[in-house]
Design a protein around this ligand. Sequence first.
Ligand SMILES: [Zn+2]
Length: 137
Amino acid sequence: MAVLAGLSREAYLYAVAKWIQDKSVEPELLYRIYLMVGELAIKHKWRVPKDKELLRGLTQLAIIEMVREPRCPHCSGNKCKRCGFTGYLWLNESEKARVVGIDRASWFRRWSKRYPIVRKIQSYESEVFDKLRGERI
Ligand SMILES: [Zn+2]
């Protein structure tokens, strides 16, 4: 798509996954974010348990939250009390721990504080919007 030309590869994949909902780009997006999470882990000297696919779990969680925006099962996105009238039901802390593949205790002790750093490297949304703003449609 010409309108997305000039974006970083990650932002491009993110835009396609999110707005066109093309699931075929998700493996590459997952892989690229996974590499960045790996770099973060090295940079911040995170000790990652060897028997768990924790970094992959963190990547998975970030993608679920950013790309999929889980629709509220109670109202199917029509906005109700259960989802705070947003139409989306975000994962609670226990569910996040489960996606990452660790127990609640280690999620709270360590990884819930590190996770926002993982989310922050994905500033693709603003990259895409900045690009679109410059285009005349
Ligand atoms: Zn709802």
